[in-house]
Write a protein that binds this ligand. Structure first.
Ligand SMILES: [Mg+2]
Length: 343
């Protein structure tokens, strides 16, 4: 008889972040040159006179992508985009990328070429050449691992830990489009049979745009106290920033950045736009905390980078408490609807 309960030694019982903490304790202490390590979007390392940023992300077929939902060009683009987004979250500038690719022997060469075309397009746009990597045979599924190295201009980089009570919380672009697109794909909707709103969400899911210029420009103002990218969803990622900064937060439901396309797609799916925007996942937008007086200068910097940002709420001194203020003024606990990779 199989037990329904995972054993205490199962990964699912410690969760992704529990696992990371346990594993980090088994490694030698970090050298002084490492300024930011595990727990931020990228590591920051003093390297001669400069500060290097380093981040790595893995994508596994059947877990992070399905080849029938995401074509190879989109996948190549997205694999690089997720790592570039972590560099953007640090206010950094990407420099080089490395790729490790696991392919099954029956993967068509044309599929692999299309993957590289998509990756190459973003690599050119972002000014981040792919300088090498490794290719291995993977018997039953495709895997990709992207590492991006970058630089923190002037040796300064954003972290998740600097937000202060009273800071306003800003989010670039809109959230929930990618999740709505995922649900469209799950229902078998595609470019050929979905309406324009749904296709826009599917596009957001397949081709996220890392906010590189926006992240660098916003952080260069000196007014951003904390920043991270939204990979696992606004609700969960905000909690991570709160934890690292030792703050609480109130989010205004009416201010959640919902696109017209997502609102319309939510209606078609029978979902609630605010909930989809909060749950999100794979948005690759930036969440930042900014002192009240710094908001206009940050907004202007973001606009000059071609990105709109919305104030969604405020950091509070009620450490660890996350609230959602509804349109009628009622405050409810912020729904916990995030993505943990092992539970
Ligand atoms: Mg990140």
């Amino acid at each position: 008889v199989r037990s329904e309960k995972p054993s205490p030694d199962a990964l699912s019982s410690v969760g992704e972040f529990g696992l990371i903490a346990r594993l980090a304790s088994l490694l030698p202490p970090l050298p002084d040159a490492v300024r930011a390590g595990i727990g931020d979007d990228a590591a920051a390392i003093a390297f001669g006179e400069r500060t290097l940023l380093a981040t790595t992300d893995a994508l596994l077929e059947g877990v992070h992508f399905r080849t029938d939902w995401t074509g190879p060009e989109d996948l190549g683009w997205k694999a690089l985009a997720v790592s570039l987004s972590d560099i953007a979250a640090m206010g950094g500038r990407p420099a080089f990328a490395l790729i490790s690719l696991g392919l099954s022997p029956d993967t068509p060469v044309s599929w692999t070429e299309a993957l590289y075309r998509g990756m190459g397009r973003l690599s050119a746009e972002a000014g981040c050449p792919v300088i090498g990597g490794d290719t291995i045979a993977s018997p039953d599924r495709i895997s990709l691992n992207l590492t991006v190295l970058g630089e923190a201009p002037g040796g300064r980089y954003a972290s998740r830990s600097g937000a202060k009570p009273g800071d306003l919380l800003l989010v670039t672009g809109t959230t929930g489009d990618s999740l709505a697109g995922y649900h469209c794909l799950k229902r078998g909707w595609s470019d050929s049979n979905a309406d324009e709103a749904a296709r826009s969400c599917i596009r957001a899911h397949r081709r996220p745009v890392p906010r590189l210029k926006a992240g660098e420009a916003a952080f260069a103002t000196g007014a951003v106290t904390a920043m991270m990218d939204l990979s696992d969803g606004l609700s969960g990622d905000l909690r991570r920033m709160m934890e690292r900064s030792g703050i609480g937060a109130v989010v205004e439901e009416s201010r959640l950045p919902v696109s017209d396309a997502m609102r319309e797609t939510a209606r078609l799916l029978g979902g609630e736009p605010a909930r989809i925007a909060l749950q999100g996942g794979e948005d690759y937008e930036l969440l930042m905390a900014v002192g009240k007086e710094g908001v206009p200068v940050v907004q202007r910097a973001l606009e000059s980078a071609g990105v709109r940002a919305t104030v969604i709420g405020e950091a509070t001194g009620r450490r660890g408490e996350a609230w959602l203020r509804r349109a009628n003024g009622e405050e409810i606990p912020l729904p916990e609807v995030s993505w943990d990779h092992f539970t």
